[in-house]
Write a protein that binds this ligand. Structure first.
Ligand SMILES: Nc1ncnc2c1ncn2[C@@H]1O[C@H](COP(=O)(O)OP(=O)(O)OP(=O)(O)O)[C@@H](O)[C@H]1O
Ligand SMILES: [Mg+2]
Length: 283
């Protein structure tokens, strides 16, 4: 397949195909093998994930798309070592995950900011958790807040911010110690379209500069195409991988690339596949 999004650039890998050629050269960072996860609830066990097998390569940007309740957040929490798995296993750098890996930055679906700490101190909380010297990271925390449009809000509190601003503080918190591995659960879901565009660009820039490994969750097909090397589509009941797409478009991608024929072809193909599976409606 040629780079540059020429004809027939969309590659759909059938679900369950594990021997497809790696889209990204580089060692496997995360290996998920036959993962299952069930939760106990008042109404009995809930099978959130079943038979998930997936490799994430070093420096790869992998996005998970799927309907509400298909287990995207569960998958992310299992990879982060925050939820024990019920079956199968997850290896990060060859080692089973039992707790969050040291170079992990995570953005949760809800911002989980502490309202009694200033925004700057919220950004620095991960530094404290890691036992690093806070003062070594204050400048970087301020730079990140500035980069994400929050200059002047460092000494204010999360309860003084809009939902989108809070989420941006949470993104700064995930990036403050420059982690090599990023897990992001719908980080831009609460943002207006223009801010979301800006942050898509910023995330791509940071990712290209630092070559982070990223597992990203979104409900937006164009956002997934814009950011990703590869896109996994999940279905629900139980949560499982339904399709996989390799996004073979050159980088850096610009916002206007979204109006180009190759980009539109990717979005249309992914949407058609998702609709064809009955996961999304077309009308
Ligand atoms: N702590 C929990 N206890 C019981 N069931 C849970 C728990 N967390 C999630 N679930 C269930 O597991 C399934 C997957 O939930 P999850 O939050 O992973 O979905 P999701 O794909 O992230 O959805 P959304 O797009 O709405 O965020 C759902 O049926 C949900 O009700
Ligand atoms: Mg979720």
């Amino acid at each position: 397949m040629s780079r540059g999004g020429g004809q027939a650039a969309v590659r759909v890998v059938p679900a369950g195909t594990t021997d497809a050629p790696a889209p990204v050269a580089g060692p496997v960072r995360v290996r998920i093998s036959d993962l299952s996860k069930s939760y106990e609830s008042d109404r009995g066990p809930v099978q959130a994930l079943s038979g998930i097998s997936l490799d994430i390569h070093d420096s790869e940007f992998l996005t998970v798309l799927g309907p509400s309740g298909c287990g995207k957040s569960t998958l992310l929490k299992c990879v982060a070592g925050l939820e024990p798995v019920t079956g199968g296993r997850i290896l990060i750098d060859g080692k089973p995950v039992t707790r969050p890996p040291p170079d992990l930055g995570i953005v949760f679906q809800r911002d989980l900011l502490l309202d009694w700490r200033t925004n700057l101190d919220n950004v620095l909380i991960s530094v404290e958790f890691l036992g690093l010297r806070k003062r070594d990271f204050v400048d970087r925390a301020r730079q990140l807040l500035d980069l994400f449009g929050l200059a002047g809000y460092e000494d204010r509190y999360p309860w003084e911010l809009s939902g989108g601003m809070r989420q941006r503080v949470a993104i700064c918190r995930a990036l403050v110690d420059n982690p090599g591995f990023l897990l992001m659960d719908e980080p831009f879901g609460a943002l207006d379209a223009m801010t979301r565009d800006d942050l898509n660009l910023e995330l791509q820039r940071i990712w290209l500069r630092d070559k982070k490994t990223a597992l990203f969750i979104t409900h937006s097909v164009p956002e997934a195409v814009f950011l990703s090397d590869r896109i996994i589509v999940m279905d629900r009941n139980p949560g499982r991988i339904a399709a996989e797409f390799v996004v073979d478009l050159p980088r850096p991608r610009t916002l206007s690339d979204r109006e180009t024929a190759p980009f539109i072809r990717y979005s249309a193909e992914i949407r058609a596949t998702i609709t064809g599976m009955g996961i999304l409606r077309n009308e």
